[in-house]
Ligand binder design. Structure first.
Ligand code: UT7
Length: 330
């Protein structure tokens, strides 16, 4: 009898723009201090994309690296999914630009919008496509150029974000390697007001008024988001472990969305995990929304922090609000 198809991560890649912006640099833009940013968030620096470097460009670079790691060519792909809230344009999708830039004309392409949870949402989606037999090789990208959607006069948000992209290739797992064991997704639309970019949609179409009222940049109730994030992200890790039929003790590394080091540490404390079992790069990368977990995964792989046979947990929470988690056996 043939075994059911199981999806796995065949390769990872990431890309960070060249320009590094330190907290000292941010001090020149708004009334803030390195001390405030580090103590409240753990962030020391972030990468900013160049003016002519778009989400699709960063996506394509991360994608090529993931393809190389998987030993595949762009023409091997069946589908390209880009998780982003900062697309090149309202339409067409950023995935369509990536398809052309990468040279994968045979692949279907679309974007998903689940904010900071976008990449982990996408993992569930790609897994379902592969395990149903519908598609064999899927390029999943998390990418953001958040600097295009930041209110540079709002010190409460502008110091928190950076640009970048991370990518994985999802396909049938060979010999159970890098297999996605569980997926969990949820959303709470009643919390939609906590984090949003209100302008530019049909509710507030672009106008002089929306520009004057700064509706095209990100608005956040940081305190509320912080409280909810710690609770629901901890619960989601446990839910993913339960769905994978493993205990938290068996998880070697948790890779959480990198929004704030205090959130990450609080999750670690709630779950009683030692520091070395929770991945952190928010100090160097800041919050890159949908790209965050994808970049962190690639860095963890490259740094040898994930060994064959180990269980890894992904967890993310963001605007919507959305929440997602997953367990992968490396
Ligand atoms: O990625 C999606 C999920 N996003 C998140 O998870 C973000 C969650 N939230 C957070 O990370 C935190 O709430 C923040 C880092 C955004 C803010 O930290 P906080 O400890 O909640 O600070 P706060 O907003 O309550 O502000 C405290 C004080 C205020 O001054 P007063 O009113 O106490 O005098 C702010 O005006 O800090 C002030 N402040 C700043 N001071 C210097 C806010 N931003 C800054 C700044 N520099 N950049």
């Amino acid at each position: 009898m043939s075994q059911p198809l199981r999806a796995g991560i065949l390769g990872t890649g990431s890309y960070l723009p060249e320009k590094i912006v330190t907290n000292k640099d941010m001090e020149k833009l708004v009334e803030t201090s390195d001390e405030w940013i580090v103590t409240r968030t753990g962030i020391k620096e972030r990468h900013f994309a160049a003016a002519d470097e778009f989400t699709s460009d960063m996506s394509t670079k991360a994608a090529q690296r993931a393809l190389d790691a998987a030993g595949l060519k762009p023409t091997d792909l069946d589908l390209i999914i880009v998780a982003t809230i900062t697309p090149d344009m309202q339409t067409p999708s950023t995935a369509c630009f990536v398809q052309t830039k990468l040279g994968a004309p045979q692949a279907a392409a679309f974007d998903i919008s689940a904010a900071c949870s976008g990449f982990v949402y996408g993992l569930s989606l790609a897994r379902a496509f592969v395990e149903s037999g519908f598609y064999k090789r899927i390029l999943l990208i998390g990418a953001e150029k958040l600097t295009s959607f930041i209110d540079w006069k709002d010190r409460g948000t502008c110091v928190l974000f950076g640009d970048g992209a991370g990518a994985v290739i999802i396909g049938p797992s060979v010999n159970g390697e890098h297999e996605i064991l569980s997926s969990y997704m949820s959303a709470n639309g009643s919390e939609a007001d906590l984090l949003k970019i209100p302008g530019g949609g049909c509710r507030f179409p672009s106008s002089l008024e929306t520009i004057e009222n700064r509706l095209h940049s990100l608005k956040m109730d940081g305190k509320q988001i912080f409280k909810i994030a710690v609770k629901v992200m901890s619960e989601a890790v446990l839910e993913a472990a339960k769905r994978a039929n493993i205990t938290l003790d068996q998880v070697s590394l948790v890779i959480p969305h990198q929004a704030n080091d205090r959130i990450i540490q609080a999750i670690g404390e709630r779950l009683e995990l030692p520091k070395e079992r929770v991945f952190v790069n928010v100090d160097r990368i800041a919050n890159t929304s949908a790209a965050s977990v994808a970049i962190a995964l690639d860095e963890a792989v490259k740094a040898g922090k994930i060994q064959k046979g180990q269980y890894v947990a992904f967890v993310a929470f963001g605007a919507g609000t959305t929440l997602a988690s997953s367990i992968v056996k490396w």
